[in-house]
Structure formats: C-alpha cells, structure tokens
Design a binder for this molecule. Structure first.
Ligand SMILES: Nc1ncnc2c1ncn2[C@@H]1O[C@H](COP(=O)(O)OP(=O)(O)OP(=O)(O)O)[C@@H](O)[C@H]1O
Ligand SMILES: [Mg+2]
Length: 257
C-alpha cells in the first residue's frame, strides 16, 4: 500500500518556484528522511504532503485519497518546524498532549489519560507531566510537542526538524523509537532533518531536495558524499553517530492494539 504518492508536484509563490516537478512514492511503513540546504523547499514539501498546502500543479495523495479527504476520517501527526514564538499559556504538559485527543469522542477519558502518559513516556517527559508547559526548556518543550504528534496513533507522522534542541542521547532514543514505529507497527514516518549522517542509521529512504529532487532512494544504495555534493553544490563534513543503547523508549501501541 502506498502511503504517499506525489506526482510532478510543483509549487510557486508568485513568480518564485520553490518546488519543481517532484515525484515521490512512499510505501506505508517507510521511515523517510528529507534533507537539503536552507530554503530548499523542505517545509513547503512536507506541508503539501500533509495537506496543509495545495501544490500549484501536480498531485499528492495520502493513502490513495486527497489529503484533505483523508484527514476528515484519519488523524495525522504533524510537527511544524520550531518557531521562536512566546508560548505563555498556563497549560500543563499533560494538558498540551490531551488537547490532541479533544475530538476523539469514542475514547473514554481514562483511556485518553493513559494514552497521554504513554506518549510522554516515549519522549522521556512523563515525570514532568504536571509542570507548566511554558516553564520547560526549549528541548523539553520540543519533546512534549513530539509526544503530541504520536498520541493520536496516526498511520502517518510528519516531522519538520523534530530534533532541534534535543540532546544527543534523547535524539538517539527518539530516532530509535520512530524506526520502531515504522518497522514494527507499519506507521509511515516522514522526517525533515539536517543531520544526514545520523539519521541515515535509522531511515529506510532518503530524499535529497533543493527545489528539485536530486536523489531519492534507499539509504544503502546512495553515496552520501556524492549526494551532498550534487544537492548542496559543496562537500560537507558528515557527522555520523550511533548510540548502541536503543532501549530508552517504550512502545505506546502495545497497550492499545
Ligand atoms: N508562504 C510563502 N510565501 C512566499 N515564499 C515562501 C512561503 N513559504 C516559503 N517561501 C519561500 O520558499 C523557500 C523555501 O522555503 P522552505 O521553508 O520550504 O525551505 P526549507 O527547505 O524548509 O528551509 P530550512 O532548512 O531553512 O527550514 C524559501 O525561499 C521561502 O522564503
Ligand atoms: Mg524548513
């Protein structure tokens, strides 16, 4: 089953073409990484995939349906790129997550609270569930927002630079967790990142984007240095890091299957 099917997608803002003829099919259960330089159109592309923006031309399908139709009956997870906004509302961490379940009328409150706990546990934030969200550090807030994208247990999750501000150990647990969601539970995970070397240890497929799609394929089939050179126009020093201990997460799905 194809989770995503982008065919000849182009996007212009006025006369400015941000995306040019992008074709990306993604099978369900794939962990896809999207990389490329600043201004390459990555955030624009993920918004089109998630149905937040409509392309100027071409088509984009989510599980065979128009994104807007799919979203009427199915939750999706979407984490926007971190904005430096001043979040000053007096909600607790658990309230922030609970809000994502507001329209799920068929689930009991007790079950929802359990889902909230599981989602927070996965990002290592369960102990902070009663804290005021705005008092948290930037990285801790980001972890809570990530928990918000998984709490509805969607079939597909879109993450725009999710690991920004998150320390290296928690990043590793997080990528391990996403890989587990994709490979054990068939959840499709689409993630934008600048850490090409690190994410290559976890993702199945990678898209090198710079207005157009330079390379798209399985990570093991792609020469990373050559791909970086072609996409960015320069060589870069690629940091690779892999923590062997990937037991820092628990799966939220085991109790709800
Ligand atoms: N609503 C908009 N109106 C006009 N131009 C836009 C709009 N949204 C994005 N752009 C432009 O499109 C280009 C691509 O933006 P986008 O945010 O998709 O890049 P990105 O690859 O996510 O970059 P970064 O790595 O910095 O997050 C940029 O030049 C940006 O200014
Ligand atoms: Mg972006």
């Amino acid at each position: 089953m194809e989770a995503l099917n982008l065919k000849s997608v182009s996007m212009s803002f006025g006369k400015f073409t941000v995306l040019d003829d992008i074709t990306i099919p993604v099978a369900s259960g794939t962990f896809l990484g999207i990389v490329g330089p600043n201004g390459a159109g990555k955030s624009t592309l993920i918004k089109i995939m998630a149905g937040i923006l409509s392309p100027t031309s071409g088509s984009s399908l989510l599980y065979g349906a128009k994104p807007i139709e799919y979203r009427r009956n199915h939750p999706i997870g979407y984490l926007p790129q971190q904005q430096k906004i001043n979040i000053n509302f007096p909600l607790t961490v658990k309230d922030v997550i609970y809000l994502n379940l507001a329209n799920r009328t068929k689930i009991t409150k007790k079950a929802k609270l359990k889902m909230v706990d599981q989602a927070l546990k996965n990002v290592g934030m369960l102990k902070s569930k009663d804290m005021i969200f705005s008092y948290l550090s930037g990285g801790q807030r980001q972890r809570v927002l990530i928990a918000g994208t998984i709490v509805t247990m969607p079939e597909i999750i879109f993450l725009d630079e999710p690991s920004t501000g998150i320390d290296v150990v928690n990043q590793d647990n997080f990528y391990g967790f996403l890989s587990h969601l994709a490979h054990t539970h068939g959840i499709t995970v689409i993630m934008i990142s600048h850490d090409v070397g690190v994410i290559s240890n976890y993702i199945d497929k990678i898209a090198y984007l710079n207005r157009r799609l330079y390379i798209y394929g399985k990570t093991e089939d792609i020469d990373m240095d050559e791909a970086i050179y072609n996409t960015y126009g320069k060589t870069g020093k690629i940091a690779t890091y892999m923590n062997k201990n990937k037991t820092g997460f628990t799966c939220p799905f085991k109790d709800f299957e």
